[in-house]
Design a protein around this ligand. Structure first.
Ligand code: G16
Length: 542
């Protein structure tokens, strides 16, 4: 049977839901899982085309809805070096998925192949994984049917964290080359982390234990796997909590990085221990938030993505200086979004004297901007981020001849960090190890870390509106361009408060708008957020 006919036949088993408009958003297609079967099939078609377009390199597909509730799911595509799908192809994905009939779907598949001069003679390869959501199994079934219909080779990595899938895509496509990213297996991922951790920790000791809340998601079993690999090699005491993946309904429920960030408190279970160093992953383990309860005052301190970014940037700058590479022209920069606390931006620009770039939400935007630096540190305030090292920076670290044991130590640590930090995407496990390494090097507690600057009080609110798509933004999401008059209404509220800032935007992963407000005091930040939420409700009512 010709490919066109095979696609039509297979598609009939996995129809999309009539009347629903699908959009490839911040994190691929994400919605209630029962709307996604046809989408997963169609994503399989696109991934196959993408692989052929990229000369047969492996393309990744991850099935996850990350921080969203257990009933949701999502499908996203990973490009050959482990990055997010190229922007032009997001549009193709949206168009292909919305094809109204099975025939039109197959026609659109052929049209893309013709437009991009893709031939079926080029081999295609797709590798995929899924989080612990029960709906993932069915979605993978639909995906595989598309891969079979298009003669695409595939590898099923079963249950993985999102960053593990990104690692595997890059490892697959660089295997046997000078740029080899690591062994092409889940075990290879752990081995790489353990080896880099051992090198980065040489001569240092991690103080006390780290409690990791795994959001009852895939991070739990994968963290246990990591512990098996690290045992006996590097002393690190990890206490795993909220790792129940047998009851799907508890995923992200009252725990996880999103809960901690938005509620600004520790998960209620297990009961937080004052003074304990704790952190939370999200549902697919690509976000990380640290926190602790002060044993004296019982107050809660959160160390979010902004804090991780400033900690990592200052540590790397210190290492570059200690390695006598200050004059080498290595450009270090930080990338944030509008959600970054104003105090963090001031600290990075004024105290660390580093450039800061602001991009719209979505790691693809941050990742892209970070590539313009030799060492690009990017983090969203919600804990999603990583540090990218350019090839030139790595070459400089490797070729520099140390003049003293201290210089050698700094160079070795820089090289170890570039292996420890996931170069493809934000990775909660790798980021947590990075934080542990830095705290150990500096001999810091979380209190010391929290003392570097004081966050401006802030509030994040989720607002449900009839049509979130009415809300269009400009200026890296710091302003609304539509609906008309909404930005003026926001500005006139912000003006009433001291040191205040606020913005509203449509979420790319939930059917809602988000409002962020910052002000001089907590009560003012809360009040301002409420007022802006009211503006959003008013303008979103039509
Ligand atoms: C995804 C994206 C992140 C984004 C988050 C929330 O994270 O990868 O870049 O910050 O959604 O996006 P929004 O505010 O548009 O809903 P995750 O962890 O859910 O995959």
């Amino acid at each position: 049977m010709a490919t066109h006919a095979k696609i039509v036949e297979a598609s009939k088993k996995h129809p999309i839901v009539d009347g629903h408009v699908y959009q490839y958003g911040t994190a691929g297609f994400r919605m209630k899982a029962d709307l996604l079967e046809g989408v997963a099939f169609r994503v399989g078609l696109l991934a196959s085309l993408r692989s052929r377009k990229m000369d047969g390199q492996a393309i990744g597909v991850m099935v996850t809805a990350s921080h969203n509730p257990a009933v949701d799911n999502g499908v996203k595509i990973v490009d050959p070096m482990g990055e997010m799908l190229e922007q032009d192809w997001e549009k193709l994905a949206t168009d292909l998925v919305n094809s109204p009939t099975h025939e039109q779907l197959a026609d659109n598949y052929t049209k893309i192949a013709d437009t991009y001069r893709i031939t079926s003679k080029t081999p295609a390869k797709v590798i995929y994984g899924r989080d612990t959501r029960p709906s993932g199994h069915k979605l993978i079934g639909a995906l595989v049917d598309a891969l079979v219909a298009t003669d695409t080779e595939y590898v099923d990595y079963k249950i993985l964290t999102t960053p593990q899938l990104h690692y595997l895509v890059r490892a697959t496509n660089t295997e046997g080359t000078d740029l080899s990213y690591g062994e092409v297996s889940e075990a290879g991922y752990y081995k790489k982390l353990v080896d880099a951790l051992a090198r980065a920790m040489k001569g240092r000791k991690i103080n006390g234990s780290l409690t990791v809340d795994c959001a009852n998601g895939v991070g739990g079993p994968k963290l246990w796997e990591f512990i098996k690999h690290v045992q006996g090699k590097v002393p690190i005491d990890i206490k795993v909590v909220n790792d129940d993946v047998l009851r799907p309904e508890v995923l992200n429920l009252d725990c996880g990085a999103d809960f901690v960030k938005t509620r600004q408190r520790a998960p209620p279970n297990p009961k937080p221990v004052p003074g304990a160093r704790s952190c939370s992953f999200d549902g697919d383990a690509d976000r990380l938030i640290y926190y602790w309860l002060d044993p004296e005052t019982n107050s809660f301190s959160m160390l979010d993505g902004d804090r991780i970014a400033s900690l990592a940037a200052s540590f790397i700058v210190d290492l570059i200086r200690a390695a006598d590479l200050e004059e080498s022209g290595i450009k270090v920069g930080v990338v944030q979004t509008a959600y970054a606390n104003g105090a963090s931006t001031t600290y990075i620009t004024d105290h660390l004297q580093l450039p800061v770039v602001c991009t719209p939400t979505g790691v693809k935007h941050l990742h892209h901007a970070a590539l313009s630096f030799d060492v690009g540190v990017y983090f969203e305030a919600n804990g999603h981020g990583t540090v990218l090292f350019s090839r030139e920076a790595l070459k400089t670290f490797q070729s520099k001849k140390p003049q003293s044991p201290a210089q050698k130590d700094a160079l070795d640590t820089l090289i170890a960090l570039s292996d420890l930090i996931n170069q493809t995407v934000g990775d909660a496990l790798s980021d947590a190890l990075l934080v542990e390494v830095i705290l150990a090097h500096k001999g810091w507690t979380l209190r010391d870390w929290a003392m570097t600057y004081a966050d401006l009080p802030n509030k994040l609110v989720r607002v449900e509106v009839k049509n979130k798509d009415l809300f269009q933004t400009t200026d890296a999401e710091r302003k609304l361009s539509h609906p008309e008059g909404a930005q003026e209404a926001i500005d006139s509220e912000v003006k009433k408060y001291k040191n205040a800032r606020a913005f509203a935007r449509a979420s790319g992963t939930e059917n809602a708008c988000r409002v962020y407000a910052e002000a001089a005091t907590r009560s003012e930040a809360n009040e301002l957020a409420e007022k802006i939420a009211f503006v959003v409700q008013r303008f979103g009512a039509s």
